[in-house]
Structures are given as C-alpha cells and as structure tokens.
Design a protein around this ligand. Structure first.
Ligand code: CAA
Length: 440
C-alpha cells in the first residue's frame, strides 16, 4: 500500500510575546512559579494587531508552498481547522486561498475547501480527512493542504488566561510523504461534555478543573480503543509521544496515565510494584473513591521511579519545548508538539527513520484520538527547514499595558483608528479589516 502522510510542515508564531514570569505574574499578583513550574509555561505568543487566524495561516501556507516549489495546481483540497472562526458560513480556507491567489498566477478554483470544528482535535481530524481523500483515490495526484490556526484568548481574569497563545501550522498531506506516514489504525474516546464551550461568544466558558479530568478520561479511552485495533502498546514502541498541549503541566499528567496503562501486566509493572511497595490495581476496595485514591497513591510513587523518569525525559519532555515558549495554539498544539520533539531529535543527531510516534490529540467537548506515525527517509531535511526558533527569538516582548491593548483589539473592542502596531510586516499577508486581507 502506498504510504500517505505529512509531506511538509511550516509554522507561523504570533509576533508578540507575553512573558509570564516577568510581566504577567507581577500584574496578577501571583508567584511566577505557578506558571513556569506549575503549568510549565514561560511565555505566550500573541498576534500583532495586523495579524489574525487568516494571515497566520496564509503566511505559514505560503512559506510551505514556496519552499516546496508548489503552485495552486498541486493542491486539490484546503481544510482549515480552527476554534477561532469569525464566519458562520464562509470557511476560513476560502480567505486563506484568497490570500494565496494574490501571489500566485494560478487559482484554487479546482480545490475542495472546508473548515473543521471540534475544538483542538480538529487539526488532526483534518489530517484524517485528507488521508481518507487520498486513500479513496479522489485526489487526482494532488496533495491536500491542512492549516490549523487559532488565537487562543480567555477573558481577563479567567484561570485559562495564563495558557493563551496564537499561531498556525500548515501541513501538506501527500502520497509517499517525505516526513511521516500516518497509520490506518486509530482509537477514539468521545463523549458529550460541557467543560469548555464558546456558544456564539469570543471567550470560552471553561470549567478548568473539570476540563483536566475530561482530557485524561477521554485519552485513556482513546488509548484502549487504539489498542483494540493496533494491539497492546509498550513504552519502548515509540520514540516520541506528542500530545495535545494546552500547557505542559497537562501533558505531565497525561503522560503518566499513558505510561501506567502501557506497562500494565508487563515485567516493568511487576518490578516497579515491588520497588514502590504497592500493587497497581488494588484488589479490594469499599468504594470508587477508595479505588481512585489507591490508584493515585500508586501513580504518585510510579512517577518517582527512574524507569518512568527516563521514559518521560526521552519521549515526552522534548515535545514540550516549543509549547513552553508559545502557549496553547488549540488546533495547532499537537502539531507543534510533534515538531518540537522532532526538532530536538534532529539537534541530538538521532537516527529516527522508520521509528514510530504515538500521537495523542484532544478537543474539549470532548474527544481524544490516538494514532501512530512512522518517520520517513527525509524527515531530517523537513524538520531542519523549520524557522520556529528564529520566530520565537525575534518576537516583540510586550508590557502588561500593551498586552491589554492587543487583547482588546483581538476581542474587537477597539476601533481601527485606536489600534497600535508593535512590529513591522515583512512581505507578508496582513489583516486590513473584516473580509479584507492585504500584503505588506
Ligand atoms: N510553584 C509551583 N507550582 C505551583 C505554584 C507555585 N508557586 N502555584 C501553583 N502551582 C501548581 C499547582 O499545584 C497546579 O499543579 P497540579 O495541576 O499539578 O496540581 C498548577 O500549578 C496549576 O495551579 P492551579 O491548579 O491553582 O491553577 P489554576 O486553577 O489557576 O489554573 C487551569 C489551572 C484550571 C488548568 C487553568 O489553566 C485553565 O482553566 N486552563 C484552561 C483550560 C485548559 O487548558 N484545560 C486543559 C484540558 S482541556 C484542553 O486541553 C483543551 C484546550 O486546549 C483548552
């Protein structure tokens, strides 16, 4: 069977930086460690006031097309995944195609365009749609462009405010991909939940504590469902585990859950039960609460073992390096986790061709999906082309007052003549008011 998967990837980070320890924590009268250690975040990226989800997505897609020498004729499908959409009818992909048509001779009239919505998981769902389209033989030799683009904003004072972020990830899905092959096997955990909603409102209504529990519950179900088709997983099966990362502290919890699940009934579990002096699954308990408490105690001890820490340091920690600097990108989040892990592996000179990743995507509301990916021959060249480090380093550091201005602009609280810009556009698509995109 011909391999289908991600052929190329480009990332565009919002051009402003809000430092959580230096700027946000003092303004909120909080300890910096709550953010840097507790949530695991150093900074958030924000779009400048001339950027939005369309310009970030179009700039990422344009860079991808330029680098790979593509024209509109090479692309038969454009899907945008976002939970920051501003149009209930016209998909964001039409706006992005409109931007790209300003700089290419050809157009995208032949391309099927759409917008995918299921909170943060829709970036992965769009990959699945592209995969299925190619596998069904409907692509006529063309590739699909998937763009995951979001401006993750919370109301000022909301607990989620520290986890904001903004950026776009553009991915080209093709036959015989250079970067990675997507597996046919997938596992799902899906339930009607109300932990995070945006019913016709700009800022989400969030029950943050509940959202953490729902994330973990759906991920466990998805892992079990994945195993029902792909066979049991083992920690040694995967070189990296990129998970949806609203903040790295969330992934610390999810990774522990996944590890505890993957080692069950193995020699590792037996050995660690002896080491920590507690059985992983207590036989006798009087109530669900007692069971959960006993499991929690075991997990707390498991977390301290060198087996777990070595696995976490090699498989999970590298996937959090970009996220730590940019915050939550919603639909793009799991895709920057993958890029982060691979960038780390490249810097370490690791030979990963043929190795597998275990990818855990999640969207509130709520659904988790687990699938595997296999790295292809040219993964190193693809990852070496990423410019995310330079983008992170060149962001303009904003003061708390500037942050409030930017937050208000993106919440549409400002009139055009009140709006300040903090950086200078550099031959890129810019936002010029609703429905109008320009190039500067
Ligand atoms: N030093 C070190 N650690 C500290 C600390 C300090 N001074 N102060 C606090 N901490 C630790 C806490 O102990 C806690 O750690 P644990 O979770 O391990 O217990 C951590 O920092 C966070 O502290 P709080 O729980 O007090 O933080 P909070 O209640 O103010 O906010 C949150 C946490 C509710 C998750 C909030 O960030 C939030 O609402 N976020 C938005 C929702 C979200 O991202 N949910 C994640 C799952 S849903 C999802 O993934 C979809 C999505 O993208 C939104």
């Amino acid at each position: 069977m011909t391999a289908v998967g991600i052929d190329a990837i480009e990332i565009h980070a919002g051009k402003l930086k809000l430092d959580l320890a230096e700027t946000f924590a003092p303004a909120k009268n909080e300890s910096p460690e709550k953010y840097t250690k507790g949530l695991g975040l150093a900074a958030s990226s924000f779009p400048d006031t001339y950027e939005d989800i369309v310009t970030m997505g179009a700039n990422a897609a344009h860079r991808l097309m330029e680098r790979r020498g593509l024209t509109p004729q090479d692309i038969g499908r454009i899907d945008v995944a976002t939970e920051s959409s501003f149009d209930n009818s016209k998909p964001v992909s039409t706006y992005i195609a409109g931007c790209l048509e300003q700089v290419y001779d050809g157009d995208f009239h032949h391309a099927n365009k759409g917008e995918r919505k299921f909170a943060c998981i829709s970036g992965t769902q769009s990959l699945d749609d592209a995969y299925n389209w190619i596998r069904a033989g409907r692509n006529r030799g063309r590739s699909a462009l998937v763009v995951a683009t979001d401006t993750a904003l919370y109301a000022r004072g909301d607990a989620g405010e520290a986890t904001q972020g903004a950026g776009a990830v553009a991915m080209l899905i093709s036959e015989n991909p250079r970067l990675l092959e997507l597996s046919t096997e997938q596992g799902y955990g899906s339930a009607d939940e109300t932990d995070f909603l945006k019913p016709n409102q700009q800022f989400p209504s969030v029950d943050g504590k509940r959202s953490v529990q729902v994330y973990l519950a759906r991920m466990r179900e998805a892992l079990e469902d994945f195993e029902s088709v792909a066979g049991d997983t083992h920690p040694d099966d995967f070189v990296l585990g990129p998970f949806h990362t609203p903040f790295p502290g969330m992934v610390r919890k999810a990774a522990l859950l996944a590890y505890r699940h993957m080692i069950r009934d193995t020699e590792i579990e037996e050995r660690l039960a002896d080491e920590v002096g507690r059985q992983p699954r207590p036989e006798a308990f009087d109530s669900d609460e007692e069971y959960v408490e006993a499991m929690g105690d075991y997990t707390d001890l498991l977390k301290e073992t060198s087996d777990y820490q070595n696995w976490y340091d090699a498989t999970i920690a590298p996937t959090l390096e970009i996220s730590r600097e940019v915050g939550n990108w919603y639909t793009g989040s799991v895709h920057i986790a993958r890029a982060s892990g691979l960038k780390h592996a490249l810097e370490e000179g690791m030979d990963l061709t043929g190795e597998r990743l275990l990818v855990g995507s999640y969207g509130s509301g709520a659904q988790a999906e687990i699938h595997a990916e296999t790295l292809q021959d040219e993964w190193e060249e693809e990852i070496a082309a990423l410019t995310i480090d330079e983008q992170i380093a060149s962001r303009r550091d904003i003061t708390y007052e500037e942050y409030e201005h930017v937050h208000d602009v993106h919440n549409h609280d400002k009139q055009a003549d009140d709006v300040e810009e903090f950086t200078t556009p550099d031959a890129e698509f810019v936002f010029e008011g609703w429905g109008r995109m320009g190039e500067r």
